[in-house]
Design a protein around this ligand. Structure first.
Ligand code: OGA
Ligand code: MN
Length: 190
């Protein structure tokens, strides 16, 4: 992961969590989303709005007080320390939400770092979907800075994580033919 990030400013890694931790996280995601999911918005503060022509996922923020969320947040805290030690990224915090895309739902091409926003430096997406088939769709399409050239098309397979510099890579979520679960998160830096 570190080498990929150093070489290309993004990384795609598999088998991220032990099977038992992945399984617990999948259960936690289903439970949290069933109880608390809300339509996701775009923009921050006064810019915030709900726009189903841009994104159609439903989200709930991870909360360290919940055991399922806490184990993932602890994993990401260790990762933050490693990234700072090895890549000098100066990352100081992390926030993440579970996201559920219903069949047909999408998130149009966007950047994760808002101008004048809260210093999102490194985006992470962790996938929770077992048995994802090639014809199911739902890929994450990542583009070069120009927003035209595709650099990666990522199948949202369980236990896979994608990381990328938030200000560098426009990306979009293609519609799928089944529910698609992920945890999108962001490390903030100075
Ligand atoms: C996001 C996002 C990508 C994905 O939530 O900002 O781009 O693959 N998610 O779920
Ligand atoms: Mn995004």
């Amino acid at each position: 992961m570190i080498r990929q990030l150093a070489d290309q400013s993004f990384a795609i890694v598999d088998e991220v969590l032990p099977a038992a931790q992945l399984h617990a996280l999948q259960q936690c995601a289903q439970r949290m989303l069933a109880m608390h999911a809300k339509p996701a918005g775009t923009g921050r503060g006064p810019e915030h709005s709900l726009d189903a022509s841009i994104r159609q996922d439903r989200i709930v923020w991870l909360d360290a007080a919940d055991a399922g969320s806490a184990s993932y947040l602890a994993h990401m805290e260790l990762l933050r320390q490693q990234l700072n030690q090895q890549l000098f990224l100066g990352l100081f915090s992390y926030e993440a939400h579970f996201a559920s895309y219903a069949s047909g739902a999408f998130y149009r091409k966007h950047l994760d770092a808002f101008k004048g926003g809260r210093n999102r430096r490194l985006s992470t997406v962790f996938y929770l979907n077992d048995d994802w088939q090639p014809h199911t769709g739902g890929e994450l399409l990542m583009y070069q800075n120009d927003g035209e050239t595709v650099v990666a098309k990522v199948t949202p397979l369980a236990n896979r994580m994608v990381l990328f510099l938030s200000e560098e890579f426009p990306h979009e979520v293609l519609p799928a033919t089944r529910q698609r679960l992920s945890i999108a998160g962001w490390f903030a830096g100075a």
